[in-house]
Design a protein around this ligand. Sequence first.
Ligand code: UAG
Ligand code: ATP
Length: 504
Amino acid sequence: MNLEVLLSALDYSCAYQLHHIAIQNISFDSRTVRLGDLFVCLTGHLEDGHRYADDAIRRGAAAILAERELEVPSAVPVIVVPDTRAALATIAARYYDHPSRKLKLIGVTGTNGKTTSVHLLEHILNRLGHLTGSVGTMGMKVGKHFEKTQNTTPESLEIQRHLAAMVQSGAEYAVIEASSHALAMGRLRHCDFHAAIFTNLTHDHLDYHKTMTAYRDAKKLLFTSLRPATNGQAPFAVLNCDDPWSEDYASATHATILRYGLSKGADVRASDIRITPSSTSFTVTTNGRQRTVKWQLPGHHNVYNALAAICTGLAENIPLDRFISALEEFRGVEGRFDSFQSETGVTVIVDYAHTPDALQQLLVTVRRVISGQIYCVFGCEGDRDTEKRPIMAQIALEYSSYPILTLDHTRNEDPERILHDMILGYDQNGVSPARYAVIPDRRAAIWAALERAGQGDAVVIAGKGHETVQIIGSTVRPFNDKQVALDFFKHEATSTTKQKLLVP
Ligand SMILES: CC(=O)N[C@H]1[C@@H](OP(=O)(O)OP(=O)(O)OC[C@H]2O[C@@H](n3ccc(=O)[nH]c3=O)[C@H](O)[C@@H]2O)O[C@H](CO)[C@@H](O)[C@@H]1O[C@H](C)C(=O)N[C@@H](C)C(=O)N[C@H](CCC(=O)O)C(=O)O
Ligand SMILES: Nc1ncnc2c1ncn2[C@@H]1O[C@H](COP(=O)(O)OP(=O)(O)OP(=O)(O)O)[C@@H](O)[C@H]1O
């Protein structure tokens, strides 16, 4: 694409004429630059992309987009803008020809439930014959094409590339997770949202946002970026009316609002919720109509996820009965309440709960279906929100029979420090060490819980869900909670067989 055309929506300064330069591609990582690319220097948390302009030029960059003049070795134009991250979003949308305008783009935001909601909507829309694409924690998907994503909500260039791939594949809907980091960093600028869904706002990410108000305001950006009515279709916002933060979002948007929840004022309301070990059922009331829903996803929190999806179906004029039938077939997302029972009658539940609210919802749900002991193995991530650590440990103590505190990804933080933060409240409140265990090695912690558990008990392994690695310092080692639990039972079975063989 012609560079001057690409930059036409930006205010920039540059000592060179640009109209004769054609660029092949855009990159914000020098390591991926190829001949003829435009390299965009981003200031990161660890590195400053401006330091890599030379590297990008060595690899063939045709031009550099930066926030300041740079001494570059050859006659490569340096284009200066005040904010390269904002500029990247603008040119990415231009480069891919504004793909979000050609899709019904649905954004899901909230502390918990984004991934579940995106997968649920994708499943239902597909079942009803609509082609969709999705982006989130589990990756980017359109049709049979799948790509891993580094972030829940990738950088703007990646987002626009994914949306363009969806348009190319003929998708009608794009359903994407809108993380608060992404909204705050402007990764979703120039995304023309048709709908915004809010799940909930509870304690998380205060390392980044510092205050709950700033965290709320980041999410608000999704509601202020809903597009104007297009082709006679009004944008809509779906809000959880049982969450007090919802009204802030209601007042921030011009879109049609649909509210869901258990309270009387909800447009889509659930009542008569029954949770059994194998299913959850509830009654949905909307527009004076009632319908019973029975599905496999456990817990009140998943009832909320279902209600948010039903609001979306209503706003899209999808007949309620058809929508609910498709919803009932949804089997959940890998690593979210992923459970199995051992031959010895122990229920193992692997779940991605890594926030205080998610952990509480999880343990409350487990208590409803398990009458025996509940062993809860979990850790808190290093280099992330430290404030939530003692809160989560307190929740584990209150809602499980026996917490086993262990490590999650420690990243560059001292593991001792993380565990110290977690048990801070226990120490202050004089909790007896007999009521919990601290086993830093995650594998040993999971095995210790499984060794203690007997028939009718549950072992809840929280925090890492579907993940397949554990990051300790700069080492990324393969690790999957479910596999570790399965290994335990395999080991048990082999040692029992060996013992039998040894008995004369
Ligand atoms: C802390 C943070 O937000 N980091 C994000 C950031 O990376 P960074 O700032 O650390 O990048 P950096 O390493 O400092 O490098 C700065 C720039 O120099 C460039 N560089 C660097 C080295 C080199 O040799 N050449 C080069 O060009 C890099 O490509 C980058 O453009 O920019 C990267 C590219 O966009 C992101 O992938 C990365 O997300 C990391 C993985 C991350 O964990 N982010 C978290 C905080 C996050 O955003 N999470 C939310 C979800 C959270 C949730 O809901 O649970 C998300 O949406 O993912
Ligand atoms: N609506 C909800 N309310 C509270 N907790 C929920 C809700 N939905 C899911 N959870 C809990 O949060 C965990 C993570 O769910 P999910 O992956 O859907 O959320 P997420 O918002 O995508 O999380 P992340 O942004 O960290 O990837 C689940 O395993 C479950 O324990």
